[in-house]
Design a protein around this ligand. Structure first.
Ligand code: SAH
Length: 227
């Protein structure tokens, strides 16, 4: 799989994509992530990428041309399944969307900045819009890193133990059961006995019960999705 991220602040994406599971998946060759500076096609000697907002509102808007040219360059090299604009008014990111996107071959994640991008890009070039939540961030870079991370960890081989993605929260509309590690007791705080029982059937039942209980308590809306 290949993910191309288009931004005017590429530095913001250096660290989140170079470490941990995403960094390892890149090193293993499971995914290619390319970050492109839209300023490459900026206008004039200052490589301008934004301009004043028509209508006189405060704030700058990203211009059509640099984004258009950047997308055209990439599209000339390969076909893209989706051109996704990160936007607070987009579809709310969910595990379902991450699952769906992890099956794609090539996707573009377009990051807005300032007041956003000229709406014509959204009308003519963007195929999908994704939000990471009902709040406004300064740019689409952190949202793009969130989307990329949520996708990459689902690619087979990205996690050392693939089954661990299956027991993650939301994967089956249930929250994850609590997890513990050694020591079995610290400060008098004990790990539940069943986890030390060595009985896989009992452990599995306990985990299922806990997942259901936590979902009922914390996110009952997830359960009602199934009825
Ligand atoms: N004026 C716009 C917000 C611009 S914020 C509005 O009110 O909708 C600048 C950029 O940050 C956006 O273009 C978008 O790419 C990104 N962004 C901000 N919040 C986001 C969110 N919750 N999810 C995804 N992208 C977001």
């Amino acid at each position: 799989m290949r993910i191309d991220i288009l931004t005017v602040v590429p530095e913001l994406l250096d660290s989140p994509l170079s470490h941990s599971i995403v960094g390892r998946a890149i090193k293993k060759g499971l995914v290619e992530i390319h970050v492109h500076n839209i300023r490459k096609y900026g206008l004039g000697p200052h490589r301008q990428v934004d301009d004043y907002c028509y209508g006189g509102d405060a704030g700058m808007v990203m211009m059509v041309e640099p984004v258009f040219k950047m997308i055209e360059e990439l599209k000339a090299e390969r076909n893209y399944d989706e051109v996704i604009y990160m936007s607070p008014d987009g579809e709310l990111l969910s595990q379902g969307i991450a699952n769906e996107l992890s099956l794609k071959e090539n996707i573009i994640l377009l990051c807005g900045h300032y007041k956003g991008i000229d709406h014509r890009i959204r009308e003519h070039l963007v195929t999908r819009e994704i939000s990471i939540g009902d709040y406004v961030l300064s740019g689409g870079e952190i949202p793009a890193a969130v989307v990329a991370d949520s996708i990459v960890r689902l690619i087979p081989g990205a996690l050392t133990d693939e089954t661990s993605a299956l027991s993650d929260s939301f994967q089956d509309d249930l929250l994850s059961p609590p997890v513990y590690t050694r020591p079995a007791e610290y400060n008098g705080w004990k790990v539940p006995d069943v986890l030390l029982s060595g009985n896989p059937k009992l452990i599995r039942e306990w985990q299922e019960e806990q997942a259901l209980e936590r979902t009922r308590e914390l996110r009952p809306n997830l359960l009602s999705k199934n009825f």
